[in-house]
Design a protein around this ligand. Structure first.
Ligand code: CA
Ligand code: CA
Length: 162
């Protein structure tokens, strides 16, 4: 059977409307003044996830507002994510005293699922966006292997126009 080659012309066109460089590195998603990357294929315990983000010159995501929280939740839902995603919030040092890792400050905004944090078995010291709770916040065991989200500021060295 001879191969048949069909050439279709003019059905698609790519229009480049901007010559500005993208604000975030390849594979990262921009929102506001931050870039985010969702790590879903190498689940890690919370501490290793934090180190992984640090290697990327980032931190485990820290969620300061409802708009940031909704952005993450909508992205997870749109990408059909499941399971848990570590965020940079823990009460490892003092039980019940939740702090963002980079600042050691208590959250001014939080979105725990009803009944959370519940510190099940007295060893849930790390916070995650938890799929079964619609990616509202839950405390989990820091040793569990979970997906995670890294966040970093849009590179200040990039020339910003406008
Ligand atoms: Ca943030
Ligand atoms: Ca819990």
């Amino acid at each position: 059977m001879a191969p048949t080659i069909i050439t279709i012309l003019g059905l698609s066109a790519v229009v480049i409307v901007s010559s500005q460089p993208p604000p975030c590195p390849h594979g990262w998603i921009s929102r506001g003044s931050s870039c985010y990357v969702f790590i879903s294929d190498t689940p890690e315990d919370w501490m290793t996830a934090m180190s992984y983000c640090n290697v990327l010159h980032a931190k485990l995501v820290e969620i300061e507002s409802v708009t940031e929280d909704e952005f993450l939740r909508i992205h997870l839902a749109d990408s059909k994510a499941t399971g848990g995603y570590w965020i940079g919030l823990s009460d490892i040092l003092v039980e019940g005293d939740w702090v963002w890792t980079s600042t050691q400050s208590n959250p001014t905004y939080s979105n725990w699922n009803p009944g959370q944090p519940d510190n099940v078995h007295h060893h849930q010291d790390c916070a995650q966006l938890y799929g079964p709770y619609g990616f509202h916040w839950d405390d989990g065991s820091c040793n569990d292997a979970n997906n995670f989200i890294c966040e970093k500021a849009i590179d200040d060295e990039t020339d910003v126009i406008g």
